[in-house]
Design a protein around this ligand. Sequence first.
Ligand code: PGA
Length: 262
Amino acid sequence: MIRRYLIANWKMQLGVAESEALARDELAACGKMNEGIIVVICPSFPAIERVGKICKDSYCFLGAQDLFWEERGQYTGEVSSRMLKELGVRYVIVGHSERRQHLGETDEMVNRKVRRALSAELIPILCVGETRAEREAGQRDAVVERQVRAALADVRIKEKDKLVIAYEPVWVIGSGQAVAPEDAVRSHAVIRRVAAKLFPPAFKGGRIATIYGGSVNSTNIAGFMKRPEIEGALVGGASLNAKEFALVVSKVRQTVLRKKTP
Ligand code: PGA
């Protein structure tokens, strides 16, 4: 079955009341959802509970933008999987480049978070991608491969587990200029090759999905969705406007419907 993920990453852009209002507007604007599209909204921590109440009983899943790798303890400021689950969170972004860049998150920390998320039965949305300098130095494939391998070291994917891996070239995030779909496909191939080696049955069984992120909007989403390897998108800026996000959703819906028709 065709399955497409649309993950809205609201980052630190909205207050709690604004998040609540946007969640209502997006649900209203997106209309009834089709089978095969999985929409996940990832608000900031303080807004999770209120956005969760709005998403409950809708087709939208609740996501978080991060988690900590321990369940409880003396870790000032951190949020555990246990807390997230209490609020109805199902998905969690791990290793976003903004955290790697501004908060010093290392491959090893990302790995601990992925393992914690899976053991708590949360679905990790693992972000990987090269910086502009790395790409210019001809290291893009090597960086993506290293990040995937490091993040998945000692990870076991069980029958019920799911994992989403997002290729996000760091230098296009928030730039307004996405890479071309064929360019993204190249890194998807790297991710899929590495993941297939690490988890052959899980990968074939559809328990791992690969998606693209970086300046996705209603104008370019269709190009990405035409490529079978790109199983969805992580959307930042374009998810902050209900009309624009609804347009993105409707373009994804068209792809899913078209692919279903013989
Ligand atoms: P963007 O962000 O769509 O605003 O480029 C994507 C992301 O960082 O996940």
